[in-house]
Design a protein around this ligand. Structure first.
Ligand SMILES: Cc1ncc(COP(=O)(O)O)c(C=O)c1O
Length: 488
């Protein structure tokens, strides 16, 4: 039987239903956490056949809907907390982040205007101010929480584009793009995240507007190539809107030489955006903060807390060095962020965001920082980086494995390469691809498959702070035995 009044409110039947639904759901999660498998190993076809929506005339009621979610969703979810779930920058989450979600969801504040999220608006602004300080930016609160790295990168690229046009006296916001658009370009390394390309297409300039700069042997932007390409662009009459540096490339975790790139960007008066979606975690690191040297010299920064900050999805931020650039995206809506409000100093964060309705995801980081404190947060971040180094050292002594690149953050790129392998480069790549697929199909492990410098290899992203070297040695033994069992 469905509830008569399904809305969360003060009425006793509502709060009782809320308690029951939350208790049933959290108990189901506790049960799910006990599942030994990383994944039940169902194929696409098997899952597709199993899953169906039951939208009935009378409704099933909360308890039955939760039971069905357990059956169709939870049981066949990937266990992101499992030690053998290492394919992506996809973190297990903090317990406190779960508690924050309860508060965020129940209150359903919307961050677009003060009158929809009063305390939340101020907490987000204070957290942005704190993050700015950590990054080395001047005091202020220019920045906003975002859905993640892709959106933060979009904000950086959009403001860079519009600031470029504004310097020529043209408002893209008012009048759209103008001039010979084929002359416009942004620079990033060949290892930068694909959201640079996607965002440039979205910004009306296409994938072709992205100029890729070469990387060195460990995947960092090659400053000599950047210098040469900037000179070439000037000679061609190309107009460089932005340089995007990466602090933590998706596969290798490479951090571009930020200080040197910042000095070139300043020299050429080019906007420098840093995609620190992954490496931004080092802002909290005890051992590795120095790797972000130069971050204070840039115009805008992407941070992502649903990576190595261990927050639930989604939770990201965008930091803007000079608050005046926010004028480039201001839109005054009488019902949300009126001039009247703003003249009285009422903060409506819609003015700083591409989104309108927006979750209070900042609470997760806020509560995480308070609950863990500086030392514990640093320890769980540093664990992954240290573990990657230990794993790499171990792999170097395994005859059937080959390290493909020296780890920089918490990822290890390697491949299975038995000593008696006689096939060619492509066959070895395919064998590694098949190992990755076989492990997931069997529900045993999720190991990434990627390509680095033309080599198809496997990737472990070792974010999980509860995982040990022994866990990874077991996983690698599984990689080897899986490889041995496959046809060559
Ligand atoms: C370097 C980098 N930037 C941006 C992103 C995109 O972040 P999101 O998935 O939060 O949009 C990723 C995702 O892995 C990334 O690795």
């Amino acid at each position: 039987m469905s509830e008569q009044h399904p809305i969360l409110a003060a009425a006793p039947h509502s709060t009782a239903a809320y308690r029951d639904a939350i208790a049933q759901s959290s108990e189901a999660v506790v049960q799910w956490l006990q599942q030994p498998e990383m994944y039940q190993g169902k194929s696409v076809a098997a899952l597709r056949d199993r899953i169906e929506l039951a939208f009935t005339a009378g409704g099933l009621g909360n308890a039955a809907a939760i039971e069905r979610a357990v059956e169709f969703f939870l049981k066949d979810s990937l266990s992101v907390h499992h030690p053998q779930c290492v394919a992506h920058l996809h973190c297990p989450s903090l317990v406190i982040s779960q508690a924050a979600e309860v508060l965020i969801n129940a209150t359903n504040q919307s961050m677009d205007s003060w009158d929809q999220s009063p305390s939340a608006t101020l907490m987000e602004m204070k957290l942005i101010a704190w993050l700015r300080e950590r990054a080395g930016f001047a005091a202020g609160d220019a920045g906003v929480f975002t859905s993640g790295g892709t959106q933060s990168n979009l904000m950086g690229l959009m403001l860079a584009r519009d600031a470029f046009f504004a310097r020529q006296g043209h408002s893209v916001q008012q009048d759209g793009l103008t001039g010979d658009l084929r002359k416009l370009t942004v620079f990033c390394s060949e290892q930068a995240h694909f959201s640079v390309q996607k965002n440039m297409a979205l910004l009306g300039l296409g994938y072709r507007s992205v100029t890729q700069v070469k990387c060195d042997a460990v995947g960092r932007m090659d400053v000599a190539d950047l210098t040469a390409k900037l000179a070439q662009a000037r000679d061609n009459g190309d107009r460089v809107l932005a340089i995007v540096a990466t602090a933590g490339t998706t596969d290798a975790g490479a951090i571009d030489p930020l200080r040197e790139i910042a000095s070139l960007a300043q020299q050429h008066q080019i906007w420098l955006h840093v995609d620190a979606a992954w490496g931004g975690a080092l802002l909290l690191s005890a051992q590795y903060r120095h790797l972000l040297d130069g971050l204070d010299q840039v115009d805008s920064i992407t941070l992502d807390f649903h990576k190595q900050f261990f927050q639930t999805i989604s939770c990201g931020a965008f930091l803007l060095k000079d608050a005046r650039h926010y004028e480039l995206m201001r839109y005054q809506a009488a019902y949300l962020n009126s001039e009247f409000d703003e003249a009285q100093g009422v903060p409506n964060l819609v003015s700083k965001s591409l989104q309108t309705t927006r979750r209070f995801d900042a609470l997760k980081l806020w509560m995480g920082l308070e609950a863990l404190g500086e030392e514990r947060y640093a320890a769980i971040i540093d664990h992954g980086v240290n573990l990657a180094q230990q794993v790499a050292a171990w792999i170097a002594h395994q005859p059937a494995l080959e390290l493909v690149m020296t780890p920089q953050l918490a990822s290890v790129l390697f491949r299975y390469r038995p000593t008696d392998f006689t096939g060619d480069h492509a066959a070895l790549g395919l064998l590694n691809q098949h190992i990755g697929d076989a492990l997931l199909d069997a529900g045993r492990a999720n190991v990434g498959v990627t390509e680095q410098r033309g080599v198809t290899c496997l990737k472990m992203t070792l974010l999980n702070p509860t995982v040990t070297l022994e866990d990874i040695q077991r996983l690698l033994a599984l990689v080897i035995s899986t490889g041995e069992g496959l046809p060559r």
